[in-house]
Design a protein around this ligand. Structure first.
Ligand code: ATP
Length: 301
């Protein structure tokens, strides 16, 4: 009988959350896709992190049984390193992020953080340890201060200011007549793509997670804003384990390790220099993107 009422409970929860403006994409995603699938193991302990190493061990996965997306995928992100996942569209990069956040469980293999299988610890402790800077940040119709503080219990004004400063958005906020009390979102001030991303970075800084997941963090930005944001992200990720999912190779060329994915498999691994020398898929993608970057300029001349 309890099972029967769960969907109704969930609907009530969604309704209340939307009314309070408290729903975010992660909650929505969890709700729609996995609320019924992924559950904490009975008596699961909290994840305990001393060194935030992330390992995927022979992970196979598909969203549906008839279509496998990841094929025995293994890689390690050593504590404090920056690991980039690149590859063609549909290769499975974002799927890796969703598995790390445990929106889904792998069919086979396991994913560990600091040696602990993430399917054996509480989801709340796992998610508290991972900060996401997503492709497109959803802002709430509330103040910019609220949007930065979202996800943290009762941060002090000072902490919010520091996070904004570290995300390089403090001068912008201070230039607004109402400062941190400025209403943003559909009914308030519209922020640019870069400003929204800085809000997401400030939100993540306030959460202070040992692991960062950057999902194509610099998409749809002009190249100067992109460079500025990249510099900020580099500072932010310096002493955290960072997994960066990227389309544009220029954004991740200084990662410690780059994994090149194709159709759910890692096909090349190495530093930027090593992968260029190898003259394989990465080199081909790099050369193609360099040419694409040059084309508009040539056309303008
Ligand atoms: P892109 O670079 O275009 O973002 P990606 O490498 O991140 O691609 P994924 O988003 O991981 O690729 O998707 C891998 C495959 O899984 C794709 O073929 C996609 O259609 C499929 N897929 C993604 N999400 C779902 C879902 N919720 N249900 C079913 N299939 C999905």
């Amino acid at each position: 009988l309890l099972q029967l009422f769960r969907p109704l409970d969930m609907l009530g929860w969604v309704y209340r959350s939307i009314r309070q403006g408290l729903i975010d994409m992660a909650d929505m995603f969890r709700l729609l896709d996995t609320q019924t699938e992924v559950e904490d193991a009975p008596g699961a302990p909290a994840l305990l992190i001393r060194r935030p190493t992330v390992t995927f061990e022979d992970v196979s996965f598909g969203y549906n049984r008839d279509r496998q997306i990841l094929h025995r995928l293994s890689f390690e992100a050593p504590a404090g390193s920056t690991v980039a996942l690149v590859g063609s569209s549909g290769a499975g990069k974002s799927t890796i992020g969703r598995l790390l956040f445990r929106f889904y469980d792998p069919w086979e293999g396991r994913i560990c953080v600091d040696g602990q299988d993430i399917s054996k610890v509480t989801q709340s402790s796992l998610r508290a340890a991972i900060g996401i800077v997503p492709q497109d940040t959803v802002l709430f119709n509330d103040t910019i201060g609220y949007n930065i503080a979202y996800g943290r219990d009762d941060p002090s004004e000072n902490e919010i200011r520091r996070a904004a400063a570290d995300a390089a958005i403090l001068p912008f906020i201070e230039s607004l007549p109402d400062g941190f009390d400025t209403e943003v979102g559909e009914r308030g001030l519209k922020l640019s793509g870069g400003e929204k991303q800085r809000v997401a970075i400030a939100r993540t800084l306030l959460k202070d997670p040992p692991i960062l997941l950057l999902d194509e963090a610099t998409s749809a930005l002009d190249s100067r804003t992109e460079q500025d944001i990249l510099a900020t992200l580099k500072r932010v990720s310096a002493d955290r384990t960072t997994i960066a999912i990227a389309h544009r190779l220029s954004t991740i060329s200084d990662a410690d390790i780059i994994h090149v994915m194709d159709a759910g498999r890692i096909v090349e691994t190495g530093s930027h220099a090593k992968l260029l020398k190898r003259d394989g898929l990465y080199a081909e993608m790099w050369n193609r993107q360099q040419n694409e970057d040059e084309e508009p300029r040539e056309a303008a001349e």
